[in-house]
Design a protein around this ligand. Structure first.
Ligand code: IMP
Length: 428
């Protein structure tokens, strides 16, 4: 049996809390895409844990697996492990396994990320500059250094020289010098720490699957940043939709999957790109302030807007979402009136989906359904019956449009601040 948690918007939907909740019962928690561009914040008993690469289950001592679909910055991982150990978290070869065929992010990828961004000028994507895109480019270009390569100095040196030589022209043009000897030395040294985690993780995952153990696949970013189905080119460089769990880990079991889609009660995005329901006004500022909408990785201010039910409906279909977890409902408490986007008008034509053309996406004018606000605090509520009627109405309208149940409503960062409306958490 396995569960998948994915974001249904542009990331930052609050996946950390629900992953933490579900991981309580899971045997293993697995990352299958992305890298340290992700940022998950967990608040447990007044302690704050910030994770970028490690699956959230690490805080609860669960078996954590980083699959081959992730790109791994060994320097960043070493730092994250050290930081968590200082916070009292145990990390050893029993609770952490990393795919030995995982591709690495090297310092040159971060430099290339910055070069690519500045070359794009006004059309820069607003990446996290963590080297994610260039590392995936090298993976597809079959030039990557993988974790398993670090065990052999000769192979590692050859691969590193090839990689640097491939990129040398662009690096030279930008007057960026790469110290190959230092990278080689660092990688060999870091491998002494990482070696014990390196493993053919597909074996572990399939064994757990066969024994019918609960495996939790933890998505990073959100469906609208998916390299295929997102607002391309303003996306991340991996498939963020649930289909990626198989190629990103080597897991072969396709039955008994439950996909949880995490959805914020309004919409946010960091970085550039189309955002039809964006609010560049007082309401947008209010949502950002009340929702504390600042990126956990880059600390950038997030763009805010009305709930786009049309886009969430797409994510639900593409990832096979069965249950929605609606987060940050309380952020809307003080608004007189709310709007839900139910479609777009583009060049005078109505659309009930967002077409892929970049020019069309930028021209999409939202068609809204207006809803009365509830003007009462929902913060920390735990019972469906305690929600104001207008808040229930807001939730039911969203459900009607997206076609799946909003099973859980998160009303605050603490575990207890949750409405388990369909009683699915208790039964898990
Ligand atoms: P990259 O993943 O660093 O290449 O950035 C590509 C786009 O994805 C940029 O718009 C980033 O802001 C966005 N992005 C990457 N990771 C996250 C995340 O964890 N949350 C929200 N946005 C993200």
């Amino acid at each position: 049996m396995f569960y998948t948690v994915i974001g249904t918007q542009w990331g930052d939907e609050g996946k950390g809390k629900i992953v933490d909740w579900l991981s309580f019962k899971a045997e293993a928690v697995v990352r299958f895409q992305g890298g340290n561009n992700a940022g998950h914040t967990l608040k447990i008993k007044n302690k704050i844990f910030k994770l970028n690469l490690l699956p959230s289950g690490i805080i609860r001592g669960k078996k954590c697996i980083i699959g081959n679909g992730v790109v791994l910055d060994p320097w960043a991982l070493q730092e994250e492990i050290l930081k968590l150990k200082k916070q009292g978290i145990k990390i050893n070869s029993k609770n952490l396994q990393i795919a030995e065929n995982i591709c690495l992010i090297l310092p040159l990828h971060k430099i290339l990320d910055s070069i690519n961004e500045s070359n794009r000028g006004k059309e820069s994507l607003g990446t996290t500059k963590k080297g994610i895109g260039p590392a995936y480019e090298d993976k597809i270009g079959r030039r990557s250094i993988r974790l398993c390569d670090l065990s052999n100095k000769k192979i590692l040196k050859r691969k590193l020289d090839n990689l640097i030589s491939f990129h040398s022209l662009r690096l030279k043009k930008s007057k960026m010098n790469i110290n190959a000897k230092k990278i080689l030395r660092d990688l060999i040294s870091i491998y002494k720490t990482l070696k014990k985690f390196s493993y053919p993780v597909w074996i572990t995952i399939n064994k757990l699957g066969k024994k019918n153990k609960l495996i939790l696949f933890e998505g990073a970013q959100g469906s609208l940043l998916d390299i295929d189905f997102g607002t391309y080119p303003y996306v991340t460089s991996s498939n963020t939709s649930s289909g990626q769990i198989f190629s990103g880990t080597g897991f072969g079991l396709k039955q008994n999957n439950k996909v949880f889609g995490i959805t914020k009660a309004y919409t946010t995005r960091v970085g550039a790109g189309p955002f039809p329901t964006e609010l560049n006004n007082k309401i947008g500022d209010y949502l950002g302030k009340k929702g504390k909408e600042f990126g956990t990785v880059t600390l950038r201010k997030r763009r805010c807007g009305w709930f786009d039910a049309n886009l969430v409906k797409q994510s639900v279909l593409i990832s096979g979402v069965e249950n929605i977890v609606l987060t940050k409902l309380d952020v809307l408490d003080e608004l007189d009136e709310l709007k839900i986007c139910i479609g777009y008008r583009i060049n005078g034509k109505k659309f009930d989906y967002l077409p892929f053309g970049e020019n069309l996406q930028l021209k999409a004018k939202p068609i809204y359904k207006k809803i009365q606000g509830w003007k009462k605090s929902t913060y920390g509520l735990t019972k469906w019956s305690d929600l104001p009627a207008a808040a229930k109405n807001y939730i039911k309208i969203i459900e009607e449009i997206i076609g799946v149940d909003i099973a859980i409503i998160s009303t605050g960062p603490e575990r207890s601040q949750t409405i388990d409306r369909k009683k699915i958490l208790g039964n898990l």
